[in-house]
Design a binder for this molecule. Structure first.
Ligand code: ATP
Ligand code: MG
Length: 330
């Protein structure tokens, strides 16, 4: 039976890249009613692979839960939970780690993106994709809606599932990644890099809770080239800054970069940025209003999470017991 699993790190407020690249897709799949269960994890154990301040981390977890509920992940079949409260994730990660080679891990992007040199890479950051595979496999998930930046990690998760199935018994379905339009939103300050929660400069991202004025300001300051006569144009290699804004705008409007370019051909870059800002503000308006509402009801959010934690643990425990039996550990 189709089961969906996905996660997001509490490394900051979710941004429009997370929304357009992953969250929106999860909401659509949830609302399609084709899944018995949707496991949506706040992957806090992943977030500590880079340094976190405990007070801020605690806040980020609640803010993230509010944001996900505000985005519409609130149907009865959706299990919103905190990774660290389900110990079976790390238990299965250890077991899968015994099937993962250093050679494979060496080729995965996670530690390269987050650390300037190998001397500074912790064991946690290096083995991050093993834990990510365990997150998915512990629920025997079939479908995983995650962004375009996770392709290599998902291939690795499938590799570990196949290894385990071959050595022991076919316990795990081979999970497939679902990416709607292969959209990878770039930083507004550095359009070569992807937009990230953990990028130091928050002007590089539009967070779901940003006010209309903050969004206008961030768009105004977004790095773009002058182009020919200050006009817009789509060329992701040659003009990455303006192309990124067109990509965001197209995703927000549910249209294509070509359509956006012909609709806005008469606008200068400065005017176009204002137009794009208004479209983003409009899309985020109801989400932001729901976040404000939920932040005033922390008890409700905490109770959703504790209920989710319980259901997730029940499901994870079953797989874990079966896996341990097959290995000879029980
Ligand atoms: P961090 O910088 O801490 O890694 P992040 O912004 O990359 O944060 P994650 O929690 O790692 O966010 O990822 C959550 C989901 O959002 C994943 O499915 C990921 O593929 C997707 N995602 C992250 N950044 C982008 C982006 N710039 N464009 C599209 N999808 C993205
Ligand atoms: Mg990330």
């Amino acid at each position: 039976r189709p089961t969906l699993m996905t996660g997001i790190q509490p490394t900051g407020f979710p941004h429009i890249g997370n929304y357009l690249g992953a969250i929106q897709q999860s909401v659509k799949l949830q609302n399609s009613e084709s899944y018995d269960k949707i496991f949506f994890s706040i992957v806090d154990l992943h977030s500590i692979t880079v340094p976190q301040n405990p007070t801020i981390l605690r806040q980020n977890i609640i803010n993230l839960a509010c944001s996900l509920l505000a985005c519409g992940l609130d149907k009865p079949q959706t299990v919103l939970f905190q990774q660290s409260s389900v110990p079976h994730h790390t238990e299965l990660a250890w077991i899968l780690g015994c099937l993962a080679t250093l050679n494979k891990l060496d080729h995965l992007p996670q530690w390269k993106e987050k650390s300037p040199s190998k001397e500074d890479v912790s064991l946690g950051l290096y083995s991050y994709p093993v834990l990510q595979a365990a997150d998915v496999l512990i629920y025997r998930a079939t479908d995983v809606p995650v962004g375009d930046d996770q392709i290599k990690h998902m291939e690795f998760a499938r590799h570990l599932a196949r290894q385990f199935n071959k050595i022991y018994s076919p316990v795990f379905p081979i999970p497939k990644q679902i990416t709607s339009q292969h959209i990878r939103i770039k930083s507004l300050r550095d359009p070569i890099r992807k937009m990230s929660k953990s990028e130091k400069d928050s002007r590089g991202r539009i967070e779901l809770f940003d006010s209309p004025d903050e969004i206008r300001e961030k768009l105004r300051k977004a790095v773009t080239d002058l182009g020919t006569g200050g006009m817009i144009g789509y060329d992701s290699q040659g003009r990455p800054g303006i192309s990124n804004i067109i990509d965001i705008h197209a995703a927000v409007e549910g249209s294509t970069p070509d359509q956006i370019c012909s609709e806005c051909a008469h606008l200068t870059t400065v005017e176009y940025k204002e137009r794009a800002a208004e479209a983003i503000i409009e899309m985020l308006k109801p989400i932001r209003a729901r976040i404000v509402h939920l932040r005033n009801e922390p008890q409700h959010v905490v109770s959703v999470l504790s209920k989710g934690n319980e259901i997730a643990a029940q499901n994870a425990a079953k797989t874990c017991a079966e896996v341990k039996k097959l290995i000879g550990l029980s």
